[in-house]
Write a protein that binds this ligand. Sequence first.
Ligand code: GDP
Length: 362
Amino acid sequence: RWTEALTRRDKDDLRCPVVCILGHVDTGKTKLLDKIRRTNVQDREAGGITQQIGATYIPADAIRDRTKRLQDTEPFDIKVPGLLVIDTPGHESFNNLRSRGSGLCDIGILVVDIMHGLEPQTIESLNLLKMRKTPFVVALNKVDRLYSWKEDPEAPIRDSFAQQNKDVKREFKERMDKANLTFAENGMNTALYYENPDVRSYLNVVPTSAHTGEGIPDMLQILCKLTQERMHEKLMYVDEVQCTVLEVKMVEGLGTTIDVILINGVLREGMTVVLTGLNGPVVTTIRALVTPQPMRELRVKSAYVHHKEIRAAQGIKIVAPNLETVIAGTQMYVQTPEDDLDELKDEVNTEMQDVLSRMDKS
Ligand code: GDP
């Protein structure tokens, strides 16, 4: 089945990379996410940025638009269809994603407050990313707080730096050096992304401000660049469903639902799926696949749009019977005609063992 799926892959048919934001509390994760998704509040939907279940979709066009100035000096071809950014920043949600093997995130943004340097949860997040072998970029955030910073809203970071006086530049360098040193003490080499001598051995650092939006074009560009250049294989669209449960939620009128991120493949109404439940595998049938009503359609009665089928990568709410015991952070499997249901259940049981052993450890 896997080989069949492989042969159907097309190198020009890529899915969206899934991006997670993590780091210490108060470093600006939420603010950064806000700024990334809501620069043009008025024509947010015109720019195609859409709110999904548990995630925000930023299409390539919106990224092209946001990186215009950067493209003048550094032309760059976006090959991914966009970025899917998970909405719950912070490491709890990430930590709870227990799924074995394939993690939820293709790439992470580790946010560090430039005024505070590395903090305890920064190190925790760092270790988590390392453990999961998830590539990541460091956002050295709050650069606008450097003393006497002159802001240039939404500017590429090098343009901003060019306008700063020498004291700001010196303070930045001191803080950057300190961050480099602490990362090195934690076993990681880091470098300003545009001075990075070797992306294979140095983590990219992007200075940002979630208040002014400076550095965000750089961040978007580098996320596209790293994913499309270095994760091409992983991002090829396949028929094989890869799907992670984010949350189990009771919704009035719909009953118990699960919010999932469909990482790859396609989901259809009526599919039989197998999930990890507290009391063993849950086998059920997808009754409805829904996404939020677009912003401008808020007058419509229903909060959701129904879909017959949905293609990855997307954040989706699934309505189905018997979801009450499903454990968040686990994988959802789809039964295809070739699949033996018992084998899928075994798969789920192994995942359950994994969840239990992690609970024991923590
Ligand atoms: P989180 O806990 O990591 O999600 O942090 P928040 O996004 O809630 O930000 C924590 C505080 O830092 C808030 O008061 C934000 O307004 C502030 N903040 C976040 N990013 C920036 C930034 O780039 N510059 C400045 N000056 N303040 C920021």
